[in-house]
Design a binder for this molecule. Structure first.
Ligand code: TIU
Length: 232
């Protein structure tokens, strides 16, 4: 299998594109556009816009390379039966999960706000994971899908860096996956949390994984496979 190398911190990572997936976390209208869950929590949603073009570039590169792509969406069943009461009651939002808003009911599956942003719409055949939690493995079939496909490396972008991206990378790391956060394809409502969240992933020799960016990902995909030598 063709192995390529991506420049990253704390060091370069060799991976096989056939055993890797680009995972875009929760690039939904509910987080990126006014009137959704992110804004209801009191956030300036315009801060997440910077991640859209890098995610689109990573998506185009992965598709061109024939690499597997997985999209996730955070949201709940219309009856909210999969929404823990503690999540529903959390904080003092201007509107709660399930309440009506300009993009339909907040963070509810099937509503316009639950959709991925138009620029990152999934292509036919790409896996979309609907997740009720912050991590993409909790209460989903993501683990089974990755296992069946023989995936061992995840290139990760999406929002928000310190919440759903971080939780997913932590879950994946504990399950034995090698995770590379693509810094510019991730964004947070809080610049400091974005910066520190990425720093935490790559600290201590890559305690949770690696940090790279979309340019390095594209360069890796364009590069010649590294020489594995003759099989022993
Ligand atoms: N609030 C916040 O930063 N994030 C979330 O609620 N979900 C995700 O990160 N997707």
């Amino acid at each position: 299998m063709p192995q390529i190398v991506i420049e990253a911190e704390p060091g370069p990572l060799v991976f096989d594109t056939a055993r890797a997936a680009l995972v875009l976390i929760d690039m939904q209208r509910d987080f990126l556009e006014p009137g959704g869950f992110g804004e209801a929590l009191g956030n300036d949603v315009s801060r997440l816009a910077a991640a859209v073009a890098p995610c689109a570039a990573a998506l185009a590169a992965a598709r061109a390379a024939g690499m597997r792509v997985i999209h996730t969406r955070e949201g709940h069943r219309p009856d909210l039966s999969d929404c823990p009461p503690a999540k529903l009651a959390r904080g003092q939002p201007s509107a709660r999960i399930g309440d009506p808003g300009p993009m339909g009911r907040i963070l509810v599956r099937g509503e316009p706000g639950h959709d991925l942003v138009a620029a990152l719409a999934p292509a036919p055949g790409e896996v979309v994971i609907d997740k009720p939690g912050k991590g993409a493995f909790h209460a989903t079939d993501l683990g089974a899908i990755l296992s069946a496909a023989g995936i061992d490396t995840l290139l990760v972008g999406g929002v928000t860096t310190e919440v759903c991206v971080h939780t997913t990378i932590r879950e994946a790391n504990d399950r034995g996956f090698r995770c590379v956060a693509l810094a510019d394809a991730c964004a947070s409502y809080f610049e400091e949390f974005h910066r520190v969240g990425l720093a935490m992933i790559k600290a201590q020799g890559g305690i949770f994984g690696w940090v790279s960016d979309v340019a390095a990902f594209r360069a890796a995909l364009r590069s010649a496979p590294i020489d594995q030598g003759e099989p022993a």
